[in-house]
Each structure stands twice: as C-alpha cells, then as structure tokens.
Ligand binder design. Structure first.
Ligand code: DUC
Ligand code: ZN
Ligand code: ZN
Ligand code: ZN
Length: 466
C-alpha cells in the first residue's frame, strides 16, 4: 500500500527555484510538484495533508561536517549519534556526513567499522561517512579505492595536530594522487600544525594560558599558508580539493586565487566563523573555552570576507563542524592550559536557523541559503539529487520552515547533549516547524515524532560538483 502525504500551500524554495507549489510524497519519495491551485494539484488525494500556508517548503539540511562521539584530547564529543541526529532533526537537518577516524597504526577498515557500529540503529535521520586518514601508507592508499566503492568517497587529511591526525606533505601528496585516480575527494584541515605547536609552547612558557591565546597561536597566516600549500599539492597531484572550516580572510583569498585560475578547489565555512569572533574567546572566567575550536574564531573583521566568499561562490558550503564538549568536566580540562581545552563547538541544531537569519539580515538570498546548506553539500559529496532538493524522485527529506516565527537560541531549549549554547540569547527570525525524513514525520508542528534507528546509512557517489 502506497502512503501519500500532501504538502499544501507553501512556498517551495530550492537552490534553483521558488514556486508556490503543492508537493506530493509517495512513501519515502517526492512523487510530484504542481502549482498550488492547479487542476493537477487539486486532483491529488492523500492519506495525510500538511498545511504549509505561510511557510517555506525546503529540502532538509545536509550537514557535511559533524563529529558525533569523536574521541579528542582524552575525552569524547558529548553528542552520540542518537542525541546528535535528534538535535539535527529539530534544527531542520535531515542528513549528516560524519567523520570516521583511522587511528595511527590501524587500518581504514577498522576505523570505518567502528563508526558503522556507533551509528547503527541510533540515528533519527540519514547519515553518511567521510574517512579521516591519519596514517597514509601503502595499505591505506589501497583501502581508499575500496572505500570509494563502498560509498565513503571523501578523505580528510590534517596539516595540523602533529602526533595525532597530522600528515606531512609527502603523505598528503600520495593521498591526493590516489584520490585523483579513484574519484575520491580530499578534504583538508589547512593549518600549519608544526609551526602552531612552536607558538603554543612559547605562549605557555610566557604564562599565556587563557582561551584567548588559542586564537593567537593558531595564526591567520598559518591557515593561509597551509591553504596555499594544499592547493599547490592538489594541483601537482591533479586532484580536486575541499578545504574545511575556512575561517580567515587570507585563506579565502587563497581559494579565490586558485578558483580564478580555474582549479577545482572548494571551501567550506561554518556558522561560528560567520557569527562569532575572538571577542567570545576573550570572555572572562574561562568562559572563552566554550568557543575553542580549530581553525579558531577570528577577529570580527574576517566575517565580511566569509560572507563575500559565500556570495561569490569562492566558498560553496556551510557545515557546522559540530563537535560538542560540555563546559563542565570537558572544556574545563584546559583550565590553566588552553592547549588542553578539547577543540570543538556545538551547532548541528542551529545551522539552518542561523543561515536563515543571514537571509533576513541581507547577507545571502533565500535560494543561496538552500544552495549552501542543502544542494551544494549534497552535490559535493555525491548525494544529489536524492538529498539536497525537492524534486520528483528525491527522498522526501522536507522541512516546513516558518519564516516569521521568533525564537531565542539557548541551552535551556536546545536538544544537543551539551551544557551551553555558543549562541546563547541570540534572536532568530524563523524556525523549523515540521520535518520529514524519507516521508516519515520526525518533527510534527514542533512535536518530536522521530525515532532512533529510522536513519539509514547512505552510500555516496563521487563528487558531483566538478
Ligand atoms: N577541529 C575542531 O574544532 N574539532 C575537531 C577537529 C577539528 O579539526
Ligand atoms: Zn578540522
Ligand atoms: Zn571537523
Ligand atoms: Zn523509518
């Protein structure tokens, strides 16, 4: 028996179009769209009708950068796949791409299997994986080919964190060469970690132990330098490159210069770089620890370059890098030594709203909102058009978004498993009202109806953005 859901009277917004249309969902997929009031739309019957009058009907968000349960700095990110995907759904995100981790001395297979096990049966929404490659060797390089076949078609390398995730230039080049042959996309954490470690040591020796020094030692120019180097290595290898969590104007300039040459170089930024700054890192009483992530928050002046990059398409994607640690007991590990503060911010629940606020504030258009948050991440990581749009044949991952509702972001009301909000007290115009994941109601007019285990692993093709 086919189950039909009819979404009536809303403004359908995709990266390409805005239309007053009704959407017919059959089982888990979009069956058809037709102009609201048209004979076709009026002829549809359904088992369930959702009234979207006054609301946007948008594709569910695709957050291509999350770290549920990531082990880091002797502790572990506080959202599990269960709590993190539930929070994502509350915030209008219906697909995450999380990072499986290869530990040094282990295989990619072992790392990936551990992440399948963590997520299996837990997720409220669909999920996919990238692979963090921490140990590039002959075996790992061969494994990369198999992972692309398995639908894990992107690999994150780190120019930072020596001794943990770090790869030197030779290993990076080898991995890029492999990716250029197998269609994998290399994602780069572009910060010169060797130089940063020298600055950390020197800062601590001077007694500079507060969170704000985290931002100083992770110097803007060491992000720009690493970005430049990553671009050149990718060019030599003949591989496309996706730079994650771009935070600095100088790094955007490197990407823009590469793209002006026609190189397949892409950049992602995150809400924290668009809305927060070193002012937050400098908050007194160790509160700045809440804002410690890498790349770090930058002086406010950098935000204009990020917004411009998003408008000019020198930056293509906004993901969260959701990597929450509670203030109590986790961030506090770094009292007296900023380098021991676990790196990461919560945000998976806030991204769609913050970017809608950016529409309200005039930074980006409504369609660009959907492009950077849904369509492009789906295309970049081989999920399109199954995810990232509302079109016949697409998964019915659909959000009814109320653009006029007012809300205040707060840890008291969010659903992430973390004891603070990075955006405490921030007013947002707009709010998620209803969420469908493959045609099933996950959020029904602000009532949570999802369940752990509904979310399924999604096999990704290779990058569709080239
Ligand atoms: N940056 C973070 O802030 N957290 C996890 C890993 C990373 O690169
Ligand atoms: Zn990173
Ligand atoms: Zn990350
Ligand atoms: Zn289900």
């Amino acid at each position: 028996m086919t189950f039909r859901t009819l979404i009536r009277g809303g403004l359908v917004v995709t990266a390409a179009d805005e239309l007053h249309a009704d959407v017919l969902v059959e089982d888990g997929r979009v069956a058809a769209l037709a102009a609201h009031g048209s004979a076709a739309a009026e002829s549809w019957t359904a088992d369930r009708t959702l009234d979207a009058t006054g609301k946007y009907v948008i594709p569910g968000g695709v957050d291509a950068h999350t770290h549920m349960e990531l082990p880091f700095g002797g502790t572990s990110a506080s959202d599990t796949f269960e709590t993190g995907t539930r929070a994502a759904a509350w915030g209008g995100t219906t697909t995450i791409v999380d990072f499986a981790v290869q530990s040094v001395g282990r295989t990619l297979r072992e790392g990936l299997d551990a992440w399948y096990a963590k997520a299996d049966g837990k997720c409220a929404i669909d999920y996919a994986f990238h692979m963090i490659v921490s140990d590039v060797n002959e075996h790992t390089l061969k494994e990369m080919d198999a992972l692309v076949e398995e639908g894990v078609s992107s690999f994150k390398l780190f120019m930072a964190y020596p001794g943990v995730f770090y790869s030197d230039d030779g290993r990076i080049l080898r991995a890029m060469q492999r990716a250029s042959g197998n269609g994998g996309l290399i994602m780069m954490h572009a910060e010169n970690g060797i130089a940063i470690d020298v600055l950390i040591e020197q800062a601590l020796a001077r007694g500079e132990t507060d969170p704000r020094h985290h931002g100083e030692v992770r110097h803007v120019l060491l992000e720009a330098e690493a970005t430049h180097r990553a671009v050149q290595l990718a060019r030599v290898a003949g591989a496309p490159l996706y730079v994650v969590h771009v935070s600095a104007e100088e790094a955007v300039a490197e990407l823009a210069a590469a793209r002006d040459k026609g190189l397949p170089v892409f950049g992602e930024t995150c809400p924290q770089y668009l809305f927060l700054s070193t002012d937050n890192l400098a908050e007194p009483d160790f509160q700045g620890a809440k804002y410690v992530c890498s790349t770090p928050l930058r002086p406010r002046e950098h935000q204009a370059a990020l917004w411009r990059g998003l408008r000019t398409n020198d930056l293509q994607v906004v993901s969260t890098d959701h990597c929450p640690f509670c203030f109590k007991g986790q961030k506090e590990l770094g009292r007296g030594d900023f380098s021991k503060i676990p790196n990461g911010l919560p945000g998976v629940e806030n991204r769609m709203d913050l970017l809608h606020q950016a529409v309200v504030d005039g930074h980006i258009s409504r369609r660009r909102w959907i492009e950077i948050a849904c369509a492009t991440p789906a295309r970049m990581f081989g999920l399109y058009p199954r995810k990232g749009t509302v079109a016949p044949g697409s998964d019915a991952d659909i959000v009814l978004y109320d653009p006029h509702a007012e809300q205040v972001l707060s840890a008291a009301t969010h659903h992430m498993n973390v004891d603070y909000s990075a955006y405490e007290g921030k007013r947002i115009t707009g709010r998620v009202d209803t969420v469908l994941s493959r045609g099933e109601l996950v959020l029904d007019a602000r009532q949570y109806t999802g369940r752990a285990g509904h979310g399924a692993f999604v096999h990704r093709s290779t990058c569709q953005y080239l």
